[in-house]
Each structure stands twice: as structure tokens, then as C-alpha cells.
Ligand binder design. Structure first.
Ligand code: UD1
Length: 423
């Protein structure tokens, strides 16, 4: 299994380009199941989760071509309406195929995704929504079996604005004739990008004054071409990495507005920033940053996916910071690893108290999830000495060309495979 070896203490410098969003690419690729016509999706990052999604589409009966960030998806015979556990266990978002498959076949059988390192992550909000749309949802031998004589439009109020449930129900509703209203939905930019793609496919989706989505379903959708929105979690991670190393970095081709809470927090902590419509310039600063109180929340709140990288930055502040993780119940696995690197962090339930230290020092640590892994990379870049990070496969799920991008910014980071003893 690959590891990263980072020799830290170097200020990042230069320009980095933002890739297309992982979390928008996955549902957009899945949405192509709503049509048999060809779809072309640009700016799709080459990531493990994307490759898993493409494998799922191939399994279900699509033909895939993927080159230079562009995925072309065409029909390759009749579609299947079930997935094997092998594919679902690799990635929770595999469950998002339920919506389009139910809409097309009135029946679908998808293995129930298990919990994952960051929390239990049930799918009850998805299933309640499908039931409102006229389907029965029964769990049999670990599979969710969805079945409907006929699907019907409905008004669905989500118990919590789940990103995945919003996208899953939205895709399903696009092929149910009549008016479906989705209330208390997720407002993440990735949801907007899916809406934009579905509209290009011919879907009739509007937002009402309260921000609910109104879907007037069609009997069929057509093929479409789309370019995926910039990855705000990737751009946010590089912005934080630049700040943690007191670097001088321009993050290009991003949408700063999608990172506005992060940028506000950084400014307040003392990081100088120059922001344009499509770039963020992180400038060097003197002295230590101010400690901050932050809580994660659904968009436009502070993204839970940036909580771990943010914690790394807070380890270097002068004073005590507080982080309240309100979205996932077990998302502090990076904290004990950061402590191994000299950080002073105490966690209790959803709260982490971070007592800032003057510097971090390199150590042997282990990534246990994607964003927690990135927090360790950022810590390794800021730390004095060498850091070895195990289980890099978590990080590969979500950061395209990470070593190349960081190396171009002057970092000393190498991938190492101890089994093959090769760099
Ligand atoms: C998506 C993102 C993930 C991000 C998360 C929150 C993708 C592929 N992943 O995940 O990176 O961290 O949004 O911004 O886009 N919940 C339930 N029942 C449900 C669904 C969710 O209780 O049916 C809970 C979850 O356990 C979690 C919270 O709601 O505690 C948020 O989950 P959700 O917004 O659904 O996250 P995902 O869509 O899985």
C-alpha cells in the first residue's frame, strides 16, 4: 500500500489549478442513467471514486470512454437495475444509482451501504423519499429492494438537508410525470451542478421563493454535454495548505464564492487573501494566527469536508480554538494523528479543543479517511522534519494529481510503496 513521505517546513509558492468537483462528478455521471442517449461530461477528475462510478455505469450497461478529463457515456445494450455488493462497498455514493434506476424500471435492488469510518451514515432520508414517490422499500439479505406499481409525484420534506438524498430524489423525480416538490433540501454547489446538468438533459426544475426545488417530471430525458463545477473542497484544501505553510499561493480556476465561509474565517484568523471571481491568492503573514471557533453546517455553513484540514491550521494558532463537528458523529480520527505530530487537541463528543503550538514535527501517521488524510498531508507540509503517511488510498479517492500539484508548489512529497520498495 502506498505511503507519502513529506519533508516539511517549506513555504508553498506558485499557482495551482483546481480540478473538477468529485462530489459533483459522481451524481452527474450517475444521472446519465436517466437516458439512453450519449452524454459528454468534461472536467471529470481522475480519482478512485470516479473510476468506481465509471465501473458501476459499465456494470449497469453503459459504454464509457474517459480521456483527458472528458467522459463519454453511451448505451451498450439494455440497462441492469441492480448492483453487486462488491461495487457498493467501495463507495457509499454507489447508492445514488437507486433514484435513476427506480425511475426507469419501477424496481431496483441495491445493496445497503454500510457505515463508514466517519459515521453510521444511514439512507433513511433517501428511502422515506422513495416511499413518498410511491415505492416500497424493503431490506432483504442486505439489499434495499425498491418497487412501485406506478411512481407518483409528491411533496417531500427532508428530515435533514442530506446532499445524497437531495440528489437521489431529484434524479428520480425528473422521470415521474407531475409536480414533485423537494423541501428542506441540501443547497451545496454540487447539488446546483446536478440541477444544471439535469436541465441540460431536458428536465424541468425550478427553485421556489423558499429555495425548495419544483420538478415537473417528463416521460424521458435526452443526452447532454456538461462541464463539472470546480471542486471547492480541493481549492479549500490548497488554500489552507498555503496558509499553514505561510506560503504565497494562487489557487486558480475555483469559485471563491463557494468557499466564502472558509475565506471569512481565514481573514479573521489573520491570513491575508486577495480574491477575484475565479482565484484566491493566499499571501504570507507574520506572527501566529488568531484562534477561532468554528462549527460545521450544511452549505452555506462551514463544510464538514474542510473540518479536518482546518483543524491542522488551528493547531498552529496562538491560543485555543474550538471546532464543533455537527454533520458526522465520528469525524475526528485525524486528531490523535495530529497529536503524534506535536499538536495539542482534546476531543469530546462533537467538540475538539485545539490548543495552538508553535510548530508541528514530522512523525509516522496513518490516514483513516479522505479529508482526515489531507489534514495529515497539510500537517506534514507545515511540520519540521519528515512525515510518513500510511493508507494514502483514502486520499487518492478525492485529490487529483496531489503530489504533482504540491511538488509544483515547491513541496517535497513523494509516494512510496514499501512492499515494492520503490518511490
Ligand atoms: C456528501 C458528500 C460528502 C460530505 C457530505 C456532507 C458526496 C459523494 N459526498 O455525502 O463528502 O461530507 O455530503 O456535506 O457528495 N444522513 C442520514 N440519513 C440519510 C442520509 C444522511 O441520517 O438518509 C446523515 C448522515 O449520516 C450524515 C448527515 O446526514 O450525518 C449528512 O449526510 P449527507 O448530506 O447525506 O452526506 P452524503 O450525501 O453521504
Amino acid at each position: 500500500m502506498d505511503r507519502f513521505i513529506i519533508h516539511g517546513g517549506k513555504k508553498l509558492q506558485g499557482t495551482v489549478q483546481t480540478s473538477g468537483s468529485k462530489n459533483a462528478s459522481l451524481p452527474i455521471l450517475v444521472a446519465t442513467l436517466l437516458t439512453d442517449e450519449p452524454c459528454i461530461i468534461h472536467r471529470v477528475p481522475n480519482l478512485r471514486d470516479v473510476r468506481t462510478t465509471l465501473k458501476i455505469l459499465e456494470y449497469l450497461g453503459k459504454k464509457i470512454e474517459y480521456a483527458n478529463g472528458t467522459v463519454t457515456i453511451t448505451a451498450n445494450g439494455p440497462l441492469k437495475n441492480s448492483l453487486p455488493y462488491e461495487l457498493v462497498k467501495q463507495m457509499r455514493a454507489s447508492f445514488w444509482v437507486a433514484g435513476p434506476l427506480l425511475a426507469r424500471f419501477k424496481t431496483a435492488e441495491i445493496p445497503l451501504p454500510g457505515g463508514c469510518a466517519i459515521g453510521v451514515r444511514p439512507v433513511d432520508i433517501h428511502l422515506k423519499g422513495f416511499e413518498k414517490l410511491g415505492a416500497s422499500a424493503v431490506t432483504e439479505k442486505g439489499n434495499v429492494v425498491l418497487h412501485a406499481q406506478a411512481l407518483q409525484p409528491a411533496k417531500i420534506v427532508l428530515r435533514f438537508p442530506s446532499v445524497g438524498a437531495t440528489q437521489n430524489l431529484l434524479m428520480c423525480a425528473c422521470l415521474i410525470e407531475g409536480e414533485t416538490v423537494l423541501e428542506n433540501i441540501a443547497k451545496e454547489p454540487e447539488v446546483d451542478d446536478v440541477v444544471e446538468f439535469l436541465r441540460k438533459m431536458g428536465a424541468d426544475i425550478t427553485a421556489d421563493a423558499k429555495g425548495s426545488l419544483v420538478v415537473r417530471g417528463k416521460t424521458s430525458l435526452h443526452g447532454a454535454e456538461h462541464s463539472v463545477v470546480a471542486d471547492r473542497i480541493e481549492s479549500g484544501s490548497y488554500i489552507i495548505a498555503a496558509a499553514a505553510t505561510r506560503g504565497d499561493v494562487v489557487v486558480e480556476n475555483c469559485v471563491p464564492e463557494h468557499n466564502s465561509i472558509l475565506l471569512e474565517n481565514l481573514r479573521e484568523a489573520g491570513v491575508p487573501l486577495e480574491v477575484t471571481s475565479h482565484s484566491v491568492h493566499v499571501l504570507p503573514y507574520e506572527g501566529r494566527l488568531k484562534p477561532m471557533r468554528m462549527r460545521t453546517a450544511p452549505y452555506p455553513g462551514f463544510a464538514t469536508d474542510l473540518q479536518a484540514p482546518w483543524m491542522t491550521l488551528m493547531t498552529l494558532c496562538e491560543g485555543t480554538s474550538e471546532i464543533d463537528e455537527d454533520i458526522f458523529e465520528n469525524r475526528f480520527m485525524h486528531a490523535p494523528e495530529l497529536v503524534r505530530m506535536g499538536a495539542d487537541i482534546v476531543t469530546e463528543k462533537s467538540i475538539a479543543r485545539v490548543n495552538g503550538v508553535e510548530s508541528l514535527s514530522g512523525a509516522h501517521v496513518m490516514a483513516s479517511d479522505l479529508r482526515g488524510g489531507m489534514a495529515l498531508v497539510i500537517a506534514g507540509l507545515a511540520a519540521q522534519g519528515a512525515t510518513e503517511i500510511e493508507r494514502v488510498y483514502h486520499i487518492d479517492r478525492g485529490y487529483e494529481d496531489l503530489e504533482q500539484k504540491l511538488t509544483a508548489l515547491g513541496a517535497d512529497i513523494r509516494r512510496y510503496n514499501p512492499d515494492k520498495n520503490e518511490f
